[in-house]
Design a protein around this ligand. Structure first.
Ligand code: NAI
Ligand code: MG
Length: 352
């Protein structure tokens, strides 16, 4: 079996964690008897500063010809905030119709969490984040910029079409998990969007009579998630809230370096993309202090997506075994560099 994958290492710690993940992929290929053709695509700050280029039509077409995309992270203090994030990652999610951002929040056995008393049994949920619109549509306008009269309007767009496909995906997932779906929103203030999301939940829910549903405001979610994550199975939410609550979710899992994600094209008309949820972490880039677990667990999700279920399970098990043995989950305290951890995970995988 052969899979064509595109690799976008990106900026900062992106290339560091991606290199570690590719070392793990090498080991997975020899152990589980498949191969990948890898195309490295140099999108990010350097490419932008040298050539003024963000995501082009040509690159989108090139990526379309691959079975999956493995992404590091984008963003650099050398570039105005938003240019790379909007011009590359958000553009890619939209161009490839990656409707769903799937973000497991799972504490693995033996992994230290800063939440006192939290156990793996109590922390196993999945956030389904709508991935193409909401406040991330990049629509808005400003007047009187640079004066005290400056006004900025930033709109959030919610279409029945996109919300329905996210909610439908979330119901299906809940139906094969523990049968619980929670809508996370802010319907008491964002009433227009809230009405649409609530109506979609009810409409789609008619097809899933066995899935129990409830609703939690996003602010309350920030309290419930660390205190009682066991009350959640699948959480469906909009683009912005999903971004925010999953960084909090990552803390439960041990830190931002641990959390994985998949940007899924569910219509079959584009390529899905897998990435750790963290950004380019310029504060620690270049030191080997980034934890590659999030990238490796994203690799595992990618392998599952490619139909390499055994390899996916193997990578997940090896990654979490190495994680569980670490003295700290980020920085110098990990006792090994990003790449050394990748090699350790690869070694474990090779040994079976
Ligand atoms: P960040 O996620 O890069 O970093 C937040 C904190 O977590 C930092 O203290 C960092 O050192 C730590 N951290 C991140 N990844 C880690 C890892 N693998 N191991 C250990 N610690 C880790 O978020 P920040 O600092 O807000 O953003 C930095 C840049 O990344 C910005 O340009 C931002 O726009 C961009 N960004 C890009 C994303 C993407 O490419 N999908 C997602 C989030 C942010
Ligand atoms: Mg984020």
């Amino acid at each position: 079996r052969r899979h064509a994958i595109a690799v976008l290492p990106g900026d900062g710690v992106g290339p560091e964690v991606t290199r570690a993940a590719l070392t793990v992929l090498d080991a997975a290929e020899s152990r589980f008897d498949f191969t990948t053709g890898r195309t490295e695509v140099p999108l990010g700050a350097d490419h932008y500063l040298e050539r003024g280029e963000l995501l082009t039509e040509g690159t989108v077409e090139q990526l379309r010809a691959h079975d999956a995309i493995l992404f590091g992270a984008i963003g650099s203090p050398r570039v105005t905030p938003g240019v790379l994030e909007r011009g590359i990652i958000l553009a890619l999610r939209r161009a490839m119709e990656q409707a769903i951002n799937l973000r497991p929040v799972r504490l693995y056995p033996g992994v230290p969490t800063p939440i006192a008393g939290l156990t793996p049994e109590r922390c196993d949920l999945v956030v389904v984040r709508e991935n193409t619109e909401g406040a991330y549509v990049a629509q808005g306008s400003s007047v009187h910029v640079g004066t005290p009269a400056q006004v900025a309007v930033q709109e959030s767009v919610n279409t029945w079409y996109a919300v329905e496909r996210a909610v439908d995906f979330a119901y299906r997932l809940a139906a094969v998990r523990r049968g619980r779906l929670t809508l996370c929103h802010k319907t008491n203030v964002l009433v227009e969007a809230g009405k649409l999301w609530t109506a979609v939940m009810e409409s789609v829910g008619e097809r899933f009579p066995d899935v129990e549903t409830d609703y939690v405001h996003v602010d309350a979610m920030c309290m419930h998630l660390p205190v009682s994550p066991e009350r959640f199975d699948v959480v469906v939410t909009d683009n912005l809230f999903g971004d925010i609550v999953t960084d909090l979710g990552a803390v439960l899992q041990g830190g931002l370096g641990v959390a994985a994600s998949g940007n899924l094209n569910i219509a079959g008309n584009g390529t899905s993309m897998f990435e750790p949820i963290h950004g380019s972490a310029p504060d620690i880039a270049g030191r080997g202090w980034a934890n590659p677990a999030g990238a490796c667990l994203s690799l595992a999700m990618m392998l599952g997506h490619l139909g390499e279920g055994e390899a996916a399970a193997g990578v997940e098990a090896a990654t979490t075994a190495v994680l569980a043995g670490l003295p700290a989950l980020a920085g110098e305290g990990m006792g090994a560099s990003t790449q050394e951890l990748g090699e350790r995970i690869a070694g474990l995988l090779a040994d079976g």
